[in-house]
Design a protein around this ligand. Structure first.
Ligand code: HEM
Length: 132
């Protein structure tokens, strides 16, 4: 049985570069994929995959506009997740995860409290003016 949820350090990833005769890995969107066997089958060629071995290929992968088929193929090559991965694209700003939803609901609570505070102050000023 393979362990698909393994966490891979940047150092471990970098060791699996094109000079590693045993296994080469690439990263797409924070996930590490084993291209050792797949590189021979890749329709875009072996060299282009090896160029990104041991590194993040997210941008290159997206730029090609790979099909759904290609994305499905990725799943079968998964080794694990890259530790401490931060997306270099802005894609994660538009696709909200449940954790960022929590964070944004926190900040909208602060906005509501601020709005109520401002309303109370303005109301207070208004009524003191009226009372004069
Ligand atoms: C393990 C990761 C990758 C997988 C599984 C993969 C898979 C595929 C597949 C299935 C195709 C055929 C077209 C399609 O279905 O979209 C393809 C084409 C292509 N791939 Fe990848 N790819 C990977 C990574 C990359 C990377 C990192 C590059 C770097 C630029 C790349 C460059 C290309 C190019 C240029 C083509 C077009 C080939 C042509 O139409 O002549 N691929 N890839």
């Amino acid at each position: 049985m393979s362990t698909t949820t393994r966490t891979i350090t940047k150092q471990e990833l970098e060791e699996h570069n094109e000079d590693n005769a045993k296994a080469q890995w690439i990263v797409v969107d924070g996930k590490v994929y084993d291209i050792t066997d797949y590189k021979h089958e890749h329709p875009g060629g072996e060299d282009i995959l090896l160029e990104h071995a041991g590194a993040d290929a997210s941008e290159a992968f997206e730029n090609v506009g790979h099909s759904k088929d290609a994305r499905n193929r990725l799943k079968s090559l998964l080794v694990g997740e890259l530790a401490g991965y931060k997306s270099s694209s802005s894609a994660d700003e538009t696709t909200t995860s449940s954790s960022s939803n929590e964070a944004s609901s926190d900040s909208s609570m602060v906005k509501i409290l601020l709005a109520v505070g401002v309303a109370v102050v303005l109301g207070g000023i208004y009524f003191t003016k009226i009372a004069q």
